[in-house]
Design a protein around this ligand. Structure first.
Ligand SMILES: Cc1ncc(COP(=O)(O)O)c(C=O)c1O
Length: 432
């Protein structure tokens, strides 16, 4: 067994109090470590590729605040710009020029986006885009995929990934059947199932929404031809194709999965990276569709803090850093080295694993695979994942506390961090 060197007295005290104050002691479910066991770590500060907890332990981080920290935590360029922006006030509730700057950057980068609306989270972006899909087509039904997560709005809490998958929850209570009755689901990477749904509901399906690379059921890339097939099917049936790039946007390529795979959807949602660590989401797409959004058009959607100068500033600086040459090559090399190393070490220790990466996004499943869908991902040995997770934590490596979440690297991760992580994995994976 791995020896426990980690002292977590203060984390435990704080989390015990937190549980009396907030449901489950957290502000978002997966943070509670429920699926891996043990108590969550309470953090004090973050910098670069590292986290420090309230007991003074240091960790190499592969969660990156669930995606935003792609340049490394607290990047000095972002922090300096935020300090300057802070002096001018935190929110205007009125137009600011920074919105134009970030909008131009997003439009230039993301092939499908001709106009964009900023919101405050990925959830908001996805619920708004759904309203827009329905407003534009005059149809109500949508198709989503099993294990994909599009935030916690009612209509999407059907066979959802992320925390819903992690906690093994059935459809959430409180979601009216009438709200989800228009949400059709298909297995990821199964074009035939999508075609059947279109045939069963002709002229009723507003569109198809998906994570173009799944990160919320673990890391699952699209099979060759899947995205192109969806593009063709949606066009054939007069429906919209929506890429939820809240996770993949500016992460697997500057222009997201649509740039990487050369498939242009009608609409796109963004979040995480474009807020540079502050709360931001966005949705955008073809001009004629976006023209329906209020006040240009009749589809209502609004937000008190939307487009606030702090979030815009962090987003602009983050994208400027990502735009520099070599960034995605670095992310791809570092993640590739990490995953190849983990797979080798695990197999040498007789564990049946599979995994992969694209740029700064990666995953490792405790099943021989291959994993093409959520059903495949569920074959993972969750008990083994828990031991791996706990062991790595003890070794100072902070991984997402769920088999059903992708991992993230950043520009601050260098060979030194990867080598140290693989040394830790060697110890941990040979201990059980
Ligand atoms: C693909 C995807 N869509 C939507 C969301 C929801 O975003 P948020 O947590 O900012 O509401 C997430 C969050 O993880 C996500 O990964």
């Amino acid at each position: 067994m791995i020896s426990t060197t980690l002292k977590t007295t203060k984390s435990e005290e704080i989390f015990t109090t937190a549980q009396k104050l907030m449901p489950g002691g957290v502000s978002s479910p997966v943070r509670a470590f429920k699926s891996v066991g043990g108590q969550p770590i309470v953090f004090d500060r973050v910098q670069g590729a590292y986290l420090w907890d309230v007991d003074g332990n240091q960790y190499i981080d592969y969660v990156g605040s669930w995606g935003p920290a792609i340049c490394g935590h607290a990047h000095p360029v972002v922090i300096k710009a935020l300090q300057e922006a802070l002096e001018k006030g935190t929110s205007f509730g009125a137009p600011c020029v920074l919105e134009n700057t970030l909008a131009e950057m997003v439009i230039d980068a993301v092939p499908s986006i001709e106009m964009v609306r900023f919101v405050n989270s990925g959830t908001e972006a996805c619920m708004s885009v759904l309203r827009l899909m329905r407003a534009f087509t005059g149809r109500e039904k949508i198709i989503k995929f099993e294990g994909c997560y599009h935030g916690h709005a009612d209509m999407f809490l059907v066979k959802a990934g992320s925390g819903v998958a992690t906690l093994g929850l059935p459809d959430s209570p409180g979601v009216p059947k009438s709200t989800t009755s228009s949400t059709l689901t298909a297995p990821y990477n199964n074009l035939e199932a999508v075609k059947v749904l279109f045939d069963q509901h002709p002229d009723q399906i507003a569109g198809v929404i998906l994570e173009p690379v799944v990160g919320n059921a673990g890391f699952i890339p699209p099979d060759v031809g899947f995205l192109a097939g969806l593009r063709e099917l949606t066009q054939e049936y007069g429906a919209l194709l929506v890429f939820d790039e809240v996770m993949t946007g500016f992460r697997i390529a500057y222009g997201g999965a649509q740039e990487k795979f050369g498939i242009t959807p009608d609409l796109t949602t963004l979040g995480k990276v474009i807020g540079g660590g502050l709360p931001v989401g966005a949705y955008g797409g073809r001009r004629e569709i976006m023209a329906l959004v209020a006040p240009a058009g009749p589809m209502y959607q609004a937000g008190t803090l939307s487009g606030n100068p702090l979030a815009m500033t962090a987003g602009i600086k983050t994208l400027e850093l990502l735009r520099q040459p070599g960034t995605y090559e670095h992310l791809d090399r570092i993640s590739g080295k990490l995953v190849a190393g983990l797979l080798q070490i695990a197999r040498d220790a007789d564990h049946r694993v599979c995994g992969g990466h694209i740029s700064g996004m990666f995953g490792l499943f405790f099943t021989p695979g291959p994993v093409h869908s959520y059903e495949d991902a569920k074959k993972s040995d969750l008990a083994k994942f828990s031991r791996f997770h706990r062991g790595m934590l003890e070794q100072g490596i902070y991984l997402a506390p769920s088999q059903f979440e992708a991992g993230f690297t950043s520009l601050a991760h260098t060979d030194a961090e990867i080598d140290r992580t693989l040394e830790a994995a060697q110890i941990v994976l040979s201990s059980f």
